[in-house]
Design a protein around this ligand. Structure first.
Ligand SMILES: [Zn+2]
Length: 236
């Protein structure tokens, strides 16, 4: 009994000493926490994403200078897109145009910096999924568009789409190094490896983007994945 009492008396000072030792070691960098694991510290897009990836992406999206700095620390080649002030809910601010990324695209596009950071991280994971499910690498992503001054679902009324500020991308399919081409319209929902890849690609997108809409969502998305960084959370 006495032993138990003594232990309890020493427990708090002991925990305090351990905690102080831990923070001193962090400060002195005797202990190194890998990039993207702790909520503090810069986002390192060349390092694997951790469980905080979407939170990190959202903090970059809210802080354009930090976002540009994160792109500058990566190997992505890009140029800043001339700003087009937002008028009537449409425009480009803190947008970039990728010149050379992990994967090539069918055509050039401008995207908000936060979206570009998310996409760059996502590309690396897509490559991993393609090798795992298809045994090949992706050589090209076919995208349908990023910027379009329009409302959600191109409706005549309602709120502006995330596309109106280039805060979204629509991806229709993938070309592989072995010559195959995979289309969301044709390959979604079959029991082929291509469909397993697409399902995994959709699920993986939910780690980086706030809104991920696939053919599972509705018929308007039968031929593409819509990925955006708007204020909603949806993964369908
Ligand atoms: Zn879209």
């Amino acid at each position: 009994m006495r032993g138990g009492k003594a232990f309890r008396r020493w427990l708090r000072p002991l925990l305090l000493i351990v905690a102080i030792g831990f923070f001193v070691s962090l400060y002195q960098t005797w202990i190194r926490i890998p990039a993207n694991v702790a909520p503090w510290g810069p986002v390192e897009l060349e390092q694997p994403p951790g469980w905080l990836a979407r939170m990190q992406i959202n903090s970059l999206a809210a802080d354009p200078p930090a976002c540009i700095a994160a792109l500058d620390r990566s190997v992505l080649a890009y140029r800043r897109t001339p700003a087009r002030p937002i008028v009537d809910g449409c425009g480009l601010e803190a947008a970039v145009r990728p010149l050379q990324s992990h994967i090539a695209y069918n055509r050039a596009f401008d995207l908000t910096c936060g979206m570009m950071a998310a996409l760059y991280w996502y590309e690396a994971e897509l490559q991993r999924l393609a090798e795992q499910h298809l045994g090949s690498k992706i050589t090209r992503i076919d995208q349908l568009g990023t910027y379009a001054c329009r409302n959600v679902n191109s409706a005549s009324a309602g709120r502006r789409s995330q596309h109106a500020t280039a805060n979204a991308i629509d991806i229709a399919g993938f070309r592989l190094a072995d010559g195959r081409s995979i289309s969301i319209l044709d390959d979604w929902g079959t029991d082929a490896p291509e469909a397993r890849f697409l399902a995994a690609a959709r699920d993986e997108a939910c780690r980086f983007f706030n809104v991920v809409l696939s053919p599972d969502y509705n018929r308007l998305h039968a031929n593409h994945f819509h990925l955006d960084l708007g204020g909603f959370r949806m993964c369908r």
